[in-house]
Design a protein around this ligand. Structure first.
Ligand code: ACM
Length: 636
């Protein structure tokens, strides 16, 4: 039973210094609240120069705000205490931008507070909500992403499954694997593959063809016989997945989707990199949910899972040489070294993956042809590390001498500290051992341009190397990190800012272009390999419509399902540089995705819009078909 409710109203102003949050804490319990403080977390943050009205004190760390009421303030049952914060760091644009979670602390007792959605003047709401049309299909097949060539002339209304009649042990094992995948995702639907005769079975035969690419396949439907010809194991699995999708569609929507009995499908992916990134630092998702997400990726023939394992809000990967990282570094909330952020403020919020769990997850991914790209986000986004191991910081650095864009003070590992490199050598050695992926993603994003400038050690190094600013110092750090990775036989992947301050030798370096489409072009021109992941379209945390009631953020823009689907990653690129465009990736940042309902609303159907951009040639894309198919997509 929760006895307190927090309402919040956003009053915009042209100058953020005049913008206000009007907060009201109501006591819905039966006891008077006295001698208390209120803590809440909100992505619309008080600015550095915020002024309080009817409150005495504010302690803010990133999204955490702790408010001291006026001396003697008491809230009787049924009464409300109202106060205002004037001067905000950023504007609110949607209803989830206000307090996400809160607690009151009185006499050492923490009590949860229910947070209502943020309210704002009616004119801030355009009224738009996410919409996906019913859709229209031209071919009665439920397949996503759509294959390169579909020529099917006859369909059957009969519900069928396949009998794997002929096939090697490997081929039967692959069919069994995709059978299990389909059953995990859609437990109520029939299995697509059987291994002994029954009355409504198509006979499935396999053929390997060295002329097809390793992830290419062809399907020939002829009466009661289907042949799957494949180049390599991935192609074989992709063909089987298509068959499972066809069966699932024909079962789920028999009036729309049918079974092909005459024709062919010829297919291979457009790009080799069809990824999804997941931030488990802001919101932790346990191993079972990660496995389900991998299943969802495999269903969409996506082949990279970038696991964002560390950030300011928590370190999630067991590192045996630094065990505290997943003890204090993975926790936040009352009584922890890190204060609450985002959801669940009144609890100790924690979570991490043991190395054994990681090995199992990676093995599951590998079996589904998915590479797991681990991300250790440095040098910025390192509050969890620096709070856990304060000795890594230059002790003479001026506190709060810079803030990250999310409001964290002094949150970057210092390129002038030997400890930094010892730490990274040990961490990356363990990471390299856990993840077979040829890359390790080292982050590199959003380092504040004033970082380290008030660190005497950094100042000395800058003088010695004639480095003129923080970004050049970052480039020096990146070059050293790259050497560490090279010794571990790993290549460096990072966000696009790795190229800042002069960047590093682009040979073998893969960067994720997230800031704008122009960044994809710039990086390719500099010789980097690039994965296109523009925040404006492929960030799943961006709201899907401009309306106030749509969940999510819109600092990078509004990404409607149709605009995400229609986005063309090669737009504006020089044809000569196209071989450096490795593919596309959806990024799932989880500040807002603190419940699976929000996750599902925001991630689907856009995740598969990115899957289709990665797989299907632009001439074969069709928004209406995608919309019709989206009713059948799996979700968490
Ligand atoms: C990022 O969005 N900071 C990569």
């Amino acid at each position: 039973m929760t006895n307190f409710v927090l309402d919040c109203f956003f009053q915009p102003a042209e100058d953020l210094q005049d913008a206000r949050l009007e907060l009201a804490l109501t006591n819905t319990g039966s006891k008077t609240l006295k001698s208390f403080t209120l803590a809440y977390t909100a992505l619309t943050r008080a600015g550095q120069q915020a002024v309080l009205e009817n409150a005495d004190g504010l302690n803010r760390i990133a999204n955490f705000h702790e408010i001291t009421p006026p001396t003697g303030e008491e809230i009787q049952p049924g009464e409300t205490w109202k106060f205002t914060i004037k001067g905000l760091a950023n504007p609110a644009r949607h209803r989830l931008d206000g307090p996400k979670s809160a607690y009151v602390s009185a006499d050492g007792i923490i009590s949860d507070v229910v947070c209502n959605d943020l309210e704002a003047p009616a004119e801030l709401d355009t009224g738009e909500r996410r919409s996906v049309p019913e859709g229209r299909i031209k071919t009665a097949l439920s397949i996503v992403p759509w294959p390169q060539c579909v020529e099917v002339s006859k369909f059957s209304d009969e519900l069928v499954a396949f009998q794997v009649a002929d096939g090697s042990a490997d081929e039967k094992s692959a069919a069994s694997k995709i059978n299990a995948l389909a059953k995990r995702l859609f437990p109520a639907a029939p299995h697509p593959f059987r291994f002994s005769p029954s009355k409504t079975l198509q006979l499935l035969a396999f053929q390997q063809d060295a002329d097809l690419s390793s992830d290419g396949y062809q399907l020939r439907f002829s009466g009661s016989h289907t042949t799957l010809t494949y180049g390599g194991y991935a192609g074989r699995d992709y063909g089987l997945t298509i068959l499972a999708q066809i069966v699932h569609g024909a079962y789920s929507e028999p009036s729309t989707f049918k079974f092909p009995v005459d024709g062919t499908i010829k297919d291979e992916p457009r790009f080799g990199w069809r990824g999804m990134h997941l931030d488990v630092s802001r919101h932790f998702r346990g191993p079972e949910e990660i496995v389900r997400l991998l299943d969802i990726l495999a269903w969409g023939r996506m082949n990279v899972f970038q696991w964002h394992l560390t950030d300011d809000e928590g370190w999630r990967l067991e590192i045996k040489s630094y065990p505290e990282l997943t003890v204090s570094g993975a926790k936040r909330g009352p009584g922890c070294q890190q204060v609450a952020q985002l959801g669940f403020a009144s609890e100790v919020y924690q979570g991490s993956y043991s190395q054994d769990e990681v090995r199992e997850i990676v093995a599951h991914a590998t079996s589904l042809n998915i590479d797991v790209l681990p991300e250790i986000d440095v040098p910025g986004h390192s509050t969890a590390v620096l709070k856990t191991y304060p000795r890594f910081a230059d002790q003479a650095e001026v506190p709060e001498s810079y803030h990250s864009v999310q409001g964290y003070p002094n949150n970057a590992l210092n390129p002038a500290m030997d400890e930094t490199y010892t730490f990274l050598e040990r961490v990356f050695a363990e990471v390299a051992d856990l993840f077979p992926c040829e890359y390790i993603h080292i982050g590199g994003d959003e380092v504040d341009t004033s970082s380290w400038l008030e660190s005497p050690k950094a100042q000395r190094l800058m003088q010695e190397l004639e480095i003129k600013d923080a970004m050049e110092l970052q480039a020096h750090f990146m070059a050293r990190v790259r050497d560490i990775l090279k010794k571990l036989d790993k290549k460096l992947a990072g966000w696009d800012e790795v190229s800042h301050g002069g960047g590093i030798d682009p040979d073998g370096v893969l960067l994720m272009a997230w800031q704008t489409q122009e960044v994809t072009k710039d990086l390719i021109e500099q010789g980097y390999e690039v994965v296109c992941t523009p925040g404006q379209k492929y960030y799943m945390d961006m709201a899907q419509a401009s309306g106030w009631y749509e969940p999510g953020a819109s600092w990078a823009g509004v990404s409607s399902p149709e605009s995400a689907y229609s986005y063309e990653p090669s737009a504006g690129l020089d044809p000569n540089g196209l071989d450096l465009l490795k593919g596309v990736q959806a990024c799932v940042w989880c500040e807002h995705m603190i419940h699976n309902d929000i996750f599902n609303h925001m991630v689907f159907p856009r995740l598969y819009a990115v899957a289709e951009a990665g797989w299907t040639l632009p001439k074969n894309k069709d928004w209406q078909r995608f919309a019709a198919l989206s009713r059948l997509f799996p979700s968490l």
